[in-house]
Ligand binder design. Sequence first.
Ligand code: MG
Ligand code: MG
Length: 249
Amino acid sequence: MIILKNHDEIEKMYRAGQIVKASLDEVEAAIRPGVSTWELNEIAERTSLKLKGKPAFKGYRGFPACLCTSINDEVVHGIPRKNRILKEGDIIGIDYGASFEGYFGDSARTIPVGFSPKGKVADLLATTKKALELAISATAEGKFVRDVSEAIENYVAPKGFGIVKDYVGHGIGTKPHEDPPIPHYVTRERGARLQVGMCICIEPMINMGTDEVQLLEDGWTVSTVDGSLSAHFEHTLAVTEEGVRVLTI
Ligand code: MG
Ligand code: MG
């Protein structure tokens, strides 16, 4: 069931989104070779608490941390650990959610560790980021979820990258995940019609190789089956009377 939000609720979601943004900004600033993913987790938590936000993922369905940290061939839901140390040349996806007065925000970005990407790595990161931007541009009242999916697929597929199908975007509100699902590829379904008051997260996960992913033994981390690199960018947005508002930038 899709739950529409009124103006006041969207304001709270904006506050949550800004806490998420600030927390990710602090984490990004701390990313360098030698830092552990656990330190990044602590930075995210501390920043949110300082801004009166509550980390959303801590304990969510049993997740053992606040921040998801997914390195190289890890796609999503990587668990921060004290002994997981970033190295020069890694890429790390940082995915974070927080709530403010019971309303949630959710955002992700993928950051190179201590290097300026070139060639195919640069292309993967730029393509994933651009796919999210195109999807946001395709979001409008009266359009359908498929229009958003199509914007991503039409841009990414010709480049030969794999669009992850097993994990999709979602509605968001008083829960971190609500209806409707937002696939990043075209399905047979037209999907929900976008209406004023809908709040959604779009979060393309793009692999350098095939789209196949697997769940690792820790029960959380998802990685590419072929070992290829994966990138992930996400924003939370609201469809309003005045147009689409991105809540996490
Ligand atoms: Mg997320
Ligand atoms: Mg999400």
